[in-house]
Each structure stands twice: as structure tokens, then as C-alpha cells.
Design a protein around this ligand. Structure first.
Ligand code: GTP
Ligand code: SF4
Ligand code: MG
Length: 411
């Protein structure tokens, strides 16, 4: 089989996400097709052809793996148009670079607003004047734009170059999952339960990414189920640098790992990688303040097939209710849907968001902060309600210290 068939494409959350925005009919989809040299998105002279965001992963050299997202026009009208624009706005939260497309010579209020929105968010932008064949007017004062003719493929190399310039090295830097905790030649033991929630024949993304990160760091890696952990640790000549477990096996793994060996969970590592560990640790403390009748939102970044004893529908609510002894109400949301109004919630419990880029998770953290609603994550919630929070934060001394400071104020 050719090697290409055996290689997995880069996960979406690790791709640089480039959104294409603008008014209807300016040629956004035509530009995506021209850049990718494929008919990815439907093109027509009818305004409002693109409805839901269209995603296309590709290798854009020299940047690397990117995800282009073509969107519905931002000047759409009517009730349906409003829904389409809401979908487009969701994409604002996750793009690392925004391409703002206007018809040549027709830069106006909509484009200024888009530019302002992305500036506020600190997202680099590339302005494009498309349909340059229809308008050869002199460039507009104050707007630096790439001129393109998407149908003829003209200006596309210049657009690629403008994208390259917009992408700073900082945007391309992959932060470590484990590499800074487990040095070259040191060993991490990863605990992976194989239960009915585990997908058939493979490991899930956080586990795969953790293994890859250890290999990239020249570290050693041992993968065991929770039942074999004790035997595996006994067989080692020297203790591992770190044990990382699926949060659901936290209690057993904490019991089977000697106190002298640092231990945490995949979910907590991903809170640090995609979110903000300190903010989400502060959020966990809010569990203590929950009372009967309070509502908690549980948010999962991707959609699974629900399993009977599902972690987010059954286990997390059960652990929180048991810990607080209160009759708390739980709501759930999945994927890119997130309630506009967060004011009814006393807490948001989020998954590790391994499928997402950092920007999208940070947009959620910002939304929660603006609504003054604490946000924590699955692994932190489980460790907190099971009474092993400090142990699970052991590998992150700065965050642990901050937690102890906060507890000092609260107790
Ligand atoms: N003359 C000319 N026409 C173009 C060019 N690029 C796109 N078009 C035409 O403009 C029309 C709209 O193109 P689309 O790519 O569907 O535009 P869009 O911005 O994706 O439109 P919506 O999805 O409806 O928001 C189509 O008829 C295209 O053939 C160009 O560079 N020059
Ligand atoms: S639910 Fe969240 S953490 Fe789990 S696999 Fe999906 S994105 Fe990753
Ligand atoms: Mg379109």
C-alpha cells in the first residue's frame, strides 16, 4: 500500500485555521477553490450560496497543515440569513488568520467592521480585492489588499505569500503536552482504560498526542491499563517521572501509584495545553459554592455516541451531586454550540478540547469571564470531587501554589 494511505492527516486542532469572510457573492468560495485547486465549495452567481461553514484541510507550504474555512456572507438578510450569519460568527472564535474578501474597489462598512472585530481579537488579517478583472480602479487609500481574479487563478501566489507573512512564528509554535515535564530519557507511564467507552481498535486523540509528544521529546513511554499499573510499576528498576491517567480511573491510579511519584490526568494536561490551567483550577473551587437548584453547564467539544454510563451525562453530574450533597441541575452542549446567555449557570465544566485549537478554547474562557461564570474542566472536576485535587496538581507547582493561596483565603 502506498505510504500516503497509511499516514493519518494532522488533527484539526493542530492545524492553523484560516477563515474566509466577506459579503455575499464577492468570490469567497471561488478563492478557496482557487487556493486549493479543487472544487471544495459551491460557487454560483446567487448571493447566499454558502450557508454552513465549509472546511478544507490542506498542506499550505511553507506554513504547513492548515484548515481553510469558507463562510456564509456577513451581509445576509432575513431570519435564515440571521442563522447563517450566527454560524459565521462562531467561526470568528477559532480562526488564527482572517482573510477579508471584498469586490475590488468596494471596501465599506462591512469590511471595516470585520477588520475591527479581528483586530480586537488580536487575529492577523489579510485583505483581498477579488474580481479585479471587473474593476481596475486605483487602490483604496489606507487599505493594503491583495488583488485577485479567483476564476482565472490570478493573484493566488500573492495571496499565499500574504498569508505566509501574516503567520508569525509564535502562531506556529506547538506548546508541549508532556515534553517539559518528562525530560529526554525519562519515563512516563500512561494509564488507558479499555472499557466500553473506548473506541474499537484505536486510542483516543489525547492519548495519541501524549505518546507522540513524549517521542518528540526523546522520552520513554509505557502504556498500561489501570488493572496492570501496580504490576508494571513493581517491575520498573526506578520509578517513572510521571504517571498520567484517564481521569475516570483517577482513584484507582492514585491508590496504586506511590505518593512519591507525581500523577495527573490527560484532561488536566489538556486544560494547560488548550485552555488555562490556573483559571480552570480557580473554576473548580466554585464547586464548593454550588447549592440545590443551581445550574451547571457541561460542554464537550466533539460529539460522541452516547454510552449508557456516559462521563458527561452521568458520571460528572453524579460526582458533583455526591460531593456537594445538593440537587444541582445540569445542561449539556456539544461541538461549536455554546449558549449565548451564560448568566443562568453557576459553573461551566468543559472537556479537554483536544480537537480544538487554543484560540477557540480561549474564546470560551473569555466568554465565561465576561459573564462572571467560573469554568473548570472534566479532569479537574473529577479530581476535586474525589478528594485528590492537590495530588493531581503536583506536577504543576506554580498552579498548586496558587490553589493553596486561594484555599487559604476561602477556608
Ligand atoms: N468576474 C469575476 N467573477 C468572479 C470572480 N470570482 C468569483 N466570481 C463570480 O462571482 C460569483 C460569486 O462567487 P462565489 O465564489 O460563489 O462567491 P461567495 O462570496 O462565496 O458567495 P456566497 O457564498 O453567496 O456568499 C460567481 O458567479 C463567480 O463565478 C472573479 O475574480 N471575477
Ligand atoms: S470530548 Fe473533548 S477531550 Fe474528549 S475527545 Fe472530544 S474534544 Fe477531545
Ligand atoms: Mg460562497
Amino acid at each position: 500500500m502506498p505510504a500516503g494511505k497509511l499516514t493519518q492527516p494532522a488533527p484539526k486542532g493542530m492545524r492553523l485555521q484560516i477563515g474566509i469572510f466577506g459579503r455575499r457573492n464577492v468570490g469567497k468560495s471561488s478563492l478557496l477553490n482557487a487556493i486549493t485547486r479543487q472544487q471544495v465549495s459551491i460557487v454560483s452567481d446567487q448571493a447566499g450560496t454558502t450557508t454552513d461553514p465549509v472546511e478544507k484541510p490542506m498542506e499550505l507550504q511553507p506554513i504547513g497543515p492548515v484548515l481553510f474555512i469558507d463562510t456564509a456572507g456577513i451581509d445576509d438578510e432575513g431570519a435564515l440569513g440571521g442563522l447563517r450569519m450566527a454560524r459565521t460568527r462562531q467561526v470568528f472564535d477559532r480562526v488564527d488568520v482572517a482573510v477579508i474578501v471584498a469586490e475590488a474597489g468596494l471596501w465599506g462598512k462591512f469590511e471595516d467592521e470585520l477588520m475591527g472585530e479581528f483586530r480586537r481579537r488580536g487575529v492577523p488579517t489579510v485583505a483581498v480585492f477579488n474580481k479585479a478583472d471587473l474593476n481596475s480602479a486605483a487602490p483604496l487609500v489606507g487599505i493594503v489588499a491583495v488583488r485577485t481574479e479567483a476564476l482565472a487563478g490570478r493573484g493566488i501566489p500573492e495571496l499565499r505569500e500574504a498569508l505566509r507573512q501574516a503567520v508569525s512564528p509564535e502562531l506556529l509554535r506547538d506548546p508541549a503536552i508532556l515534553g517539559d515535564l518528562v525530560g529526554p530519557g525519562e519515563l512516563a507511564v500512561l494509564v488507558v482504560p479499555i472499557d466500553k467507552e473506548a473506541p474499537k481498535g484505536r486510542l483516543i486523540l489525547p492519548q495519541v498526542q501524549a505518546i507522540r509528544d513524549l517521542l518528540d521529546s526523546d522520552s520513554l513511554c509505557m502504556v498500561v491499563k489501570e488493572r496492570e499499573l501496580r504490576t508494571a510499576l513493581c517491575r520498573l528498576k526506578s520509578p517513572p517521572k510521571l504517571v498520567v491517567t484517564d481521569s475516570q480511573a483517577f482513584l484507582k491510579v492514585a491508590a496504586d501509584t506511590p505518593d512519591s511519584v507525581p500523577m495527573t490526568s490527560f484532561s488536566i494536561l489538556f486544560s494547560r495545553l488548550k485552555g488555562d490551567l490556573t483559571t480552570q483550577v480557580e473554576g473548580a473551587i466554585a464547586i464548593d459554592g454550588l447549592d440545590s437548584g443551581d445550574r451547571v453547564l457541561i460542554a464537550e467539544a466533539c460529539s460522541h455516541h452516547p454510552v449508557t454510563d456516559d462521563i458527561w451525562r452521568v458520571k460528572i453530574p453524579r460526582w458533583i451531586r455526591q460531593y456537594t450533597g445538593a440537587a444541582i441541575e445540569f445542561d449539556h452542549c456539544q461541538g461549536h454550540d455554546f449558549p449565548e446567555d451564560l448568566s443562568r449557570y453557576r459553573l461551566v465544566v468543559h472537556c479537554g478540547a483536544c480537537m480544538w485549537n487554543r484560540r477557540e478554547m480561549h474564546a470560551r474562557l473569555r466568554r465565561c469571564r465576561d459573564a462572571a461564570v467560573p469554568i473548570t474542566n472534566y479532569g479537574l472536576t473529577i479530581a476535586y470531587t474525589l478528594g485528590i485535587f492537590e495530588r493531581a496538581l503536583g506536577p504543576f507547582p506554580g498552579v498548586l501554589e496558587r490553589y493553596r493561596e486561594l484555599r487559604g483565603c476561602h477556608v
